[in-house]
Design a protein around this ligand. Structure first.
Ligand code: AMP
Length: 260
């Protein structure tokens, strides 16, 4: 696997899959790398902790960083290129152009993290332009991010297919996240209320955590989305509410309309 710092060193191929990340890899990231590996000739993973998507007082400075470990994990997952640019490759001096997905970017996460999706949309469009992938891979864990990026490529006619892969969870149900590393054992126990409440569609199960929101969201697919704070750590998660027709077809017509 090649580690590259500048766009000029990136390979050109007819079939490139890009996985944008901020590092601190876990099985969630690896599932995206493997999907990209199976669908493309070249797999590029970008590793860039994007300051533009962090608000003032958020965890930019303490965000976990370990490039050596990440490079090893990416190589083991069959990644061809780790693109780890310095700040000025993404935001050269004088940078002043931003992408705003106005409605989708301002609800839910956008309401609690103003400017977050502006930073996400801008860095992803920049990465698409530098890497020129045919496909880009994202996790359903960040359902709103996936929705924002699908809207972006549609609105601006960006020729990239947005692929969204299922949320990977620990055995206890907690969605994997780089931010789980901040949790003490006691906080982790409290954090388990998040997947439990989502699965049961019951916000009253959210004991011991501060709830920012817990509500359905009209993305594709529709989800029940939530954000909570456990101590100083903010966690988001969601469950899919609508199983696409094909996936539920095996239930057959007899189950249609029956009370459940
Ligand atoms: P991050 O490094 O946190 O920006 O995440 C990079 C990509 O990995 C994003 O598309 C995330 O949605 C995805 N991702 C993060 N956690 C998970 C997870 N538990 N399951 C699936 N995808 C994930």
């Amino acid at each position: 696997m090649k580690i590259v710092r500048t766009a000029a060193e990136l390979p050109r191929a007819d079939s490139v899959g890009l996985v944008p990340t901020m590092g601190a890899f876990h099985e969630g990231h690896l599932s995206l790398f493997r999907a990209a590996r199976s669908e493309n000739e070249q797999v590029v993973v970008s590793l860039f902790v994007n300051p533009a998507q962090f608000g003032i007082g958020e965890d930019l400075e303490r965000y976990p960083r370990d490039e050596e470990r990440d490079a090893q994990l990416a190589e083991d997952a069959g990644v061809d290129v780790l693109f780890a640019p310095p700040l000025e490759q993404i935001y050269p001096p004088g940078f002043q152009t931003w992408v705003e997905v106005e409605e989708l970017g301002s609800i839910l996460e956008g309401q609690y993290r103003p400017g977050h999706f502006r930073g996400v949309a801008t860095v992803c469009l920049k990465l698409f332009n530098l890497v020129r992938p045919q496909r880009a891979y994202f996790g359903q864990k960040d359902a709103q991010q996936a929705a924002v990026l699908k809207q972006l490529v549609r609105d601006l006619a960006v020729d990239v297919e947005i692929r969204v892969l299922p949320t990977v969870r620990d055995a206890d149900g907690l969605a994997l996240s780089s931010r789980n590393a901040y949790l003490s054992p006691e906080e982790r126990e409290l954090a388990l209320a998040l997947p439990r409440a989502l699965r049961a569609n019951d916000p009253s199960l959210l004991n011991g955590v501060e709830v920012d929101y817990f509500e359905p969201a009209d993305f594709e697919p529709r989800v029940l989305a939530a954000a909570v704070r456990v101590g100083n750590t903010r966690l988001i998660d969601n469950v899919v509410l609508e199983i696409p027709c094909q996936a539920s077809a095996w239930l057959g017509p007899s189950s249609e309309g029956e009370p459940s």
